[in-house]
Design a protein around this ligand. Structure first.
Ligand SMILES: O=C(O)CCC(=O)C(=O)O
Ligand SMILES: [Fe+2]
Length: 363
């Protein structure tokens, strides 16, 4: 019996997933070209590139609090993305000084470059017992094209389950990035005219997911993508990227047209962005923004670590939606309230995409 293209694709996806060694495993096996399951019809799709010199705003955390809050709020309103600099005085004191961020990125790279059988051990589709999973493409079986990326996800992990190659470093980074995340949530709360602890009180520091990406070198970068355009399912995200580049943000330029703006690596800076949940909690004051990762043509892999801050209270009766303080008869709620289980079910039933949850809960 002749097989159909879709059953061929399903079989190829299954075989790829069962290899348990991700895209890096394909590269190690010496694939000379990008296999068909990773082909994107138009990886550089349709939207203009911003002229050189256009870039996301920079928020300086060493400014006096009111100025820092105004700057973070303006960036969250106008761009949904910013570089955070001078955050070091918010870090947790630690005997091992120096660059936690660089250490964590290097350790994630080391994990991804372990021999295949070693890194295959935690291979699983999240969520899993122990809170750690390594896999390729969160939406592998739901999306039309796979992307050139492997990912380790860490959520409420038992430290013993984090691979030894990066355990100490990712735990250290989690503690540091959480301290910085607390400061950013404070600024963004103040920027909404609320008390500094408003978002923290809504449990937004308690439901964290750390997502460590590895984008292997690619034999045909123009045929595939690192990460398809999407908005983040989170309150905020703090991202550490290495020096390779490829992340782009969609922004409406001065001429009113959308364009892709490169988020060029800025040494030492953390990239912070607004997720769909904060857009809804802020009743559209802050905007989640579409972003993507293009494959680089450099002969080196790219590593990034994204820390997703989500609400930790997740019962069916813990409801989220526009913060009550922001809603009035003049400014009615633009979204209905929802529980986190309801939110996650909507997320896991779809491929990665843009604003799908914002649309889902819109009134
Ligand atoms: O790797 C990056 O720079 C972006 C990662 C990202 O957008 C995500 O994990 O949602
Ligand atoms: Fe993202």
């Amino acid at each position: 019996m002749a097989s159909s293209p879709s059953s061929d694709r399903a079989a190829l996806l299954k075989a790829f997933d069962e290899s348990r060694t991700g895209v890096r495993g394909l590269v190690e096996s010496g694939v000379p070209s990008v296999p068909s399951i990773f082909h994107h019809p138009d990886p550089y799709a349709s939207v203009l590139l911003a002229p050189p010199g256009v870039s996301i705003p920079i928020v300086d955390l060493s400014l006096p609090a009111p100025a820092a809050a105004a700057s973070a709020a303006a960036a969250a309103r106008d761009w949904g993305f910013f570089h955070l600099v001078n955050y070091h005085h918010h870090l947790v004191p630690s005997p091992s000084s120096s660059d936690y961020r660089a250490r964590a990125l290097a350790a994630v790279q080391a994990f991804n470059e372990l021999p295949g059988p070693e890194r295959a051990k935690p291979y699983a589709r999240a969520p899993v017992a122990g809170g750690v999973s390594y896999s390729s493409n969160v939406d592998l079986f739901r999306s039309p094209s796979a992307s050139w990326r492997d990912t380790m996800e860490i959520e409420k992990a038992d430290p013993a389950c984090i691979p030894a190659a990066c355990r100490a470093e990712v735990l250290e980074w989690d503690a540091q990035a959480t301290a910085v995340g607390r400061a950013v949530l404070g600024l963004l709360s103040q920027g909404l005219g609320l008390r500094a602890t408003a978002l923290e009180d809504a449990s937004c520091l308690e439901g964290k997911v750390m997502v460590c990406h590895y984008y292997p070198v690619c034999p045909e970068p123009e045929r595939t993508m690192g990460l398809v355009p999407h908005t983040d399912v989170a309150v905020i995200v703090g991202l550490a990227q290495d020096g390779v580049g490829g992340l782009q943000v969609k922004h409406v330029g001065e001429d009113g047209r959308s364009q892709w703006v490169d988020v060029r690596p800025l040494p030492g800076a953390l990239v912070v962005n607004v997720g769909d949940l904060l857009q809804m909690m802020s009743n559209d004051e802050y905007k989640s923004v579409e972003h993507r990762v293009l494959m680089n043509t450099r002969e080196e892999p790219r590593v990034s670590i994204a820390l997703f801050f989500n609400p930790g209270k997740r019962g069916d009766s813990d409801l989220y939606g526009p913060l009550p303080e922001l809603v009035s008869t003049e400014n009615p709620a633009k979204y209905r309230d929802f529980s986190i289980p309801e939110f996650l079910e909507a997320f896991f039933s779809r491929e990665l995409g843009s604003k799908v949850l914002v649309e889902h809960f819109k009134l």
